[in-house]
Design a protein around this ligand. Structure first.
Ligand code: SF4
Length: 80
């Protein structure tokens, strides 16, 4: 049994993440949406989070299990 309660879920700062929506279809067995910024720029260079490097200004987090929360084309409103 899996318990789902905010009392047992911790929010931990400082994750060093690699997150993107640019994996070739042939390398994964699930559907993957496209990054709207990459679509606009006709590239695959934009990544949501790049380990040790950067986090996209439109990245607003992850919803379980693997949904990217993206505010493109408005920057994440929690960024000053
Ligand atoms: S956060 Fe949005 S705009 Fe930024 S790389 Fe991810 S999907 Fe693209």
């Amino acid at each position: 049994m899996v318990e789902r309660s905010n009392k047992i879920i911790k929010k931990l700062d400082g994750a060093n993440m690699d997150i993107d929506l640019v994996t070739e279809e042939s390398k994964i067995s699930w559907d993957q949406d496209k990054c709207p910024w990459n679509q606009k720029d006709e590239t695959n260079e934009h990544k949501c989070a790049e380990k040790n490097v950067s986090i996209c200004p439109y990245f607003c987090g992850i919803e379980y299990l693997d949904k990217v929360l993206c505010s493109y084309p408005q920057k994440n409103p929690s960024i000053d």
